[in-house]
Design a protein around this ligand. Structure first.
Ligand code: TYM
Length: 331
């Protein structure tokens, strides 16, 4: 059976981008047709300045939102990365296979490191090695597919390179995975700055729709989205990025293609109104379920405890094998 692995990082509240680019498909498709693991990758949240209490809170919230989005512990494994030691164990071995040049070429590293330096801060070493830990997340489970948004495909490419290199040097150990981004919604852009991704930790708050935003807040954010000075509602990602973003969000929410919506709307206002309502409707069941789950935190804790046990059992043999293959004495 195909094995799937993916994760979310608890560095901020989950966004519409996380949902349309990744989480919704995990729940609607991946968990039903594959042997799937979904992880709150909390170790990754320590790669930038962080507040310990906030990371704990966001990790719990992310896990609750994954379940609220429809992940079913009967169908898939939901767990927290730091509960399974194999991730960090394997990450070190992969650091011995990756090169520093490779890590420095990662776009997200370059962007985040530059932003940190601009602020006068220092860059944590773990920010550089982050994609190697991500490779360990994936390779420890022998995942064939990694359902992620566009922004993570470069990291999955690195994961492939590391798997191939390890296998060539030390013997067949890892499955070579591939990224499986969605057809629509793979790169939801910030509503206030449609040339940059809608990210959890961005400064431009009004351009980000969070999964837990109240309906009226969602409406306000979508109605105020930056578009351009044209009048016709056509889909053109290069020339009309703000408009294209709205058309993509609407298409992703209603299950269509943005190209098919080109020319359908007479005005920006009408498009924004329909988009806002479509987003509200997509988020409604998630928010309702989230409220229910918050009333029963011990259920979520139980799911995570069991998930970690299952994940540990799955990862351990392959990571042990990698330790032996690379030349370490069996303990
Ligand atoms: P993270 O937490 O930034 O995002 C979680 C998932 O959401 C997708 N995503 C988006 N998709 C479309 N439009 C957007 N604006 C948008 N923003 C985020 C991401 O592509 C991702 O699929 N490094 C990863 C977490 C990770 C991981 C892994 C993923 C760690 N280890 C192993 C897969 C496999 C990250 O920071 O995702």
């Amino acid at each position: 059976m195909t094995r799937v692995f993916s994760g979310v990082k608890p560095t901020g509240h989950l966004t519409l981008g996380n949902y349309l680019g990744a989480v919704r498909r995990w729940a609607e498709v991946d968990q039903h047709r594959t042997d799937a693991l979904f992880c709150v990758v909390d170790l990754h949240a320590l790669t930038v300045d962080h507040d310990p209490a906030r990371v704990r809170r966001l990790s719990r919230q992310a896990a609750t939102l994954l379940l609220a989005s429809g992940l079913d512990p009967e169908l898939c494994t939901v767990f927290v990365q730091s509960h399974v030691d194999e991730h960090a164990r394997l990450s070190y071995l992969l650091e011995c296979v990756a090169t520093d040049g490779e890590a420095r070429r990662m776009i997200q590293y370059k962007e985040k490191a530059a932003r940190e330096r601009e602020r006068g801060g220092s860059v944590r070493l773990s920010l550089l090695t982050y994609p190697v830990l991500m490779a360990a997340d994936i390779l420890a489970y022998g995942a064939d597919e990694v359902p992620v948004g566009d922004d993570q495909t470069q990291h999955v490419e690195l994961t492939r390179d590391l798997a191939v290199r390890f296998n060539q040097r030390y013997g067949q150990t890892f499955v070579v995975p591939r990224a499986t981004p969605p057809k629509v919604g793979a790169r939801v852009m910030n509503l206030q700055d449609p040339t940059s991704k809608m990210g959890k930790t961005d400064d431009v708050g009004p351009g980000i729709v969070y999964l837990l935003d109240e309906p009226d807040v969602v409406r306000k954010k979508v109605m105020r989205a930056v578009t351009d000075s044209g009048r016709d509602v056509v889909y053109d990602r290069e020339e009309r990025p703000g408009l294209a973003n709205l058309l993509e969000i609407l298409a992703a929410c209603t299950g269509g293609a943005p190209e098919d919506l080109s020319g359908v709307y007479e005005s920006y206002g009408a498009l924004k109104k329909d988009t806002a309502e479509a987003v509200v409707e997509v988020l409604r069941p998630v928010q309702e379920k989230h409220k229910e789950l918050c009333a029963d935190p011990s259920y979520v804790e139980g799911v995570l405890r069991l998930g970690a046990e299952k994940a540990r059992e799955m990862a351990r043999p392959r990571v042990d094998e990698a330790y032996r293959a690379i030349g370490l004495l069996a303990g």
